[in-house]
Design a protein around this ligand. Sequence first.
Ligand code: ATP
Length: 259
Amino acid sequence: MSETAFAMTGGQVTFDGKPILRGVDLTVRPGEVVALLGANGSGKSTLVRALLGLTPLSGGQTLLYGTPPARFRDWWRIGYVPQRLQVGGGVPATVGEVVASGRIARQSRLRRTSQADRAAVAEALEAVRLSDRAGDPVQSLSGGQQQRVLIARALAGQPDTYVMDEPTAGVDAGTQQLLADTLAGLVRGGKTVVLVVHELGPLEPIITRGVVIREGRVAHDGRPPRPEGECARPGHEHVHPHAAETTAGPLTGWQGDPR
Ligand SMILES: Nc1ncnc2c1ncn2[C@@H]1O[C@H](COP(=O)(O)OP(=O)(O)OP(=O)(O)O)[C@@H](O)[C@H]1O
């Protein structure tokens, strides 16, 4: 059997007695580029966090490279870009420091910062065009720039698999294209990508598989949906009155019913 990056079977998550994930089966193999799609509140972020073991399952199981999250040790293999949040929290960290923190899983107590670490951080900053802001406090950056810092932090770790929760949310068109080009290069190098997106936008050419989540279940898993008409218009707000279609047939309205 070939290696799997993620393998969830019957994954369930319950918050306050309310089922949020209701039996998700999802296997992601190395080299796949999987877009998780679905309406607000459908459970995409919860699924991502459960795949990483950050949110515990109340039923089913999930494996990271064949190992349950609690026993997984090779965290350097995963680069996680969480949904937009304040990077650096209350700590006045610089852009360079936050990006360098992406190397921690690769470092050991014996071998701290090396030339390779410094080079990876510099390369990641360049990839998101923030080299000139390395010494600035993260809080002094705009929201979209902070998102780029989070992406650079993941890039700096040079993981095998990238997990990105809405990496293009609130990010301008130029930066979206930059991210798409960066990811395309990583994918050509055999990396695995799982990302939550509302708009495929410039990422569309690299997506190999679309998984639509609807009310905590997989409603479609296969060909990436192709936005058409209004849905394809740049800046289109994806709150659709029509339901997500299920496993067969063309998929043009993947958002499902808004809650
Ligand atoms: N920590 C939590 N405690 C309680 N409920 C939660 C928690 N996290 C998420 N939820 C609920 O789980 C449901 C799914 O949330 P989730 O963030 O996974 O959706 P999503 O598909 O990522 O949405 P969006 O597109 O808006 O980011 C929502 O109803 C949300 O309120």
